[in-house]
Design a protein around this ligand. Sequence first.
Ligand code: MG
Length: 377
Amino acid sequence: MTLAPYACHPSRSRGRRHPQPPAPTRTEYQRDRDRIVHSSAFRRLVYKTQVFLNHEGDMFRTRLTHSLEVAQLGRAIARALALNEDLVEAIALAHDLGHTPFGHAGQDALHECMAAHGGFEHNLQSLRVVDCLEQRYPAHDGLNLTFETREGILKHCSAANARLLERAEPGGVARRFLDSTQPSLEAQLTNLADEIAYNAHDIDDGVRSGLLTLEQVAQVPLFARFHAQTLGEYPALSGRRLLYESIRRMLSAQVYDVIDATRAALATARPGSADAARAAGPLVRFGDEMRAQSTALKRFLFANLYRHPQVMDTTNRARQVVRELFDIYRARPAELPAHFAARPNRERAVADFIAGMTDRFALREHERLTGQRLLGG
Ligand code: MG
């Protein structure tokens, strides 16, 4: 597969923080992907919440299956645009490594706990996982990934944290937040694949859980279009198969829309290299109509699923678990594993330890330390 001139070419990578000789048979980004798959943070994604808590059912998405879906969608788009599929896959598989247990509830709680100590951002935490927290190599911390994979992992970053990162790594992955340039096209693409994936699978999981009805989702214009189209072809179809076929068509339409709109943007901007693409403003995009419809779907899911009273109830308990764990470990560092207890910045050590937990480990720890079981069987 020939890469476009604006793709990230592994031979032109800005390299690793700890230089290493090339691998005999794998490109640099394939190597990054392999390191991510073998990391312990990656294995823990299987027991981390996406929207529904892990114990609520075996059929719901977890952070792991979500990441695999992002990788699949991202690779399909990358292939069509002659971008680097391996880099997209590496970024997709790593993009949620920094997520706390219990999804956004856990993250919000940890951010509040850390308010006076630099806060907590999950994108930055994903970078911390691959840069610092994985301990697999004799001579350095982290996975020592390439600049391009790390750049894609750091999807958002506050200005204050960007300045801190820039000080530690001048001209590094945080620079773009200070000079307002874009990450690589592969990173932009993975970000959009993330949105396409969760919009679609949250409809599926929402209806499966009974918190959303098919009739309710069929009021949302983007879904309504494919729901009507499916019923036009299969008037007798109902239930699961109607839901799946509508989602399948919606996914395909979004993928083709991104491919078409991005091709048009690339044809206008004509970047001659990956760096020219970074400087050209956001180029991987939906067309205007799809952008509006995707945003409307996001808003619908936010109001009707993420803020559903039943989800809010578990969310509130999950926040309590995280808050109480934070307070206990902070007051009693002997309860932490030794290498976390030994770190000089206690609050950051506690945040790193909690962020790395799976849902079920966090609940077990909380029960061990408080005698209370707040969630799950
Ligand atoms: Mg994601």
